[in-house]
Write a protein that binds this ligand. Sequence first.
Ligand SMILES: CC(C)(COP(=O)(O)OP(=O)(O)OC[C@H]1O[C@@H](n2cnc3c(N)ncnc32)[C@H](O)[C@@H]1OP(=O)(O)O)[C@@H](O)C(=O)NCCC(=O)NCCS
Length: 146
Amino acid sequence: MANEKPEVRISLGTWDRLRDDASSVRYDVFVVEQNVPPEVEMDDDDAVSVHAVAYAADGTPLGTGRLLPDGHIGRMAVHKRARGMGVGGLLLDALIGQGHGDGHRMLVLHAQTHAKGFYEAHGFRVEGDEFMEAGIAHVVMTRVLG
Ligand SMILES: CC(C)(COP(=O)(O)OP(=O)(O)OC[C@H]1O[C@@H](n2cnc3c(N)ncnc32)[C@H](O)[C@@H]1OP(=O)(O)O)[C@@H](O)C(=O)NCCC(=O)NCCS
């Protein structure tokens, strides 16, 4: 899929429905690529979150993210081979839309510092100083919903 923009479908749903596809992407990105311990990567919030999964035309899961009931977006991950093609942006837009529909006035996330620019491009602003989480530098970012 080198330089071509892939045809991507975003599915929003419960952990029960999207667990297999979401967790396989998260395992490859966070556990294998970023060395996050698997017991830290999986948590109780999955069961109560709305999940978004991006699929290629052939049904391959390309990326994922989740929205907690309190308005936190997290676990944003796109397979290395599918990055830089807008998949993460589509996932984030879908989760922002879900948050808006749920009546949230503000969305919050803990961004890995290197990904700050990605979130800024989607209307999030940095709040406060850098901190460590799962051994990776993060910043809190927020976006007010109109
Ligand atoms: C961060 C991530 C989800 C972005 O997904 P993506 O599909 O590559 O994002 P998009 O293609 O929609 O957008 C990429 C844009 O964000 C910008 N960007 C800034 N920092 C970036 C970063 N660390 N990684 C990727 N893109 C970044 C790119 O320059 C690009 O801008 P452009 O479109 O103007 O060229 C993906 O890189 C990823 O999964 N990274 C590893 C896991 C991770 O760090 N997750 C974030 C946890 S907070």
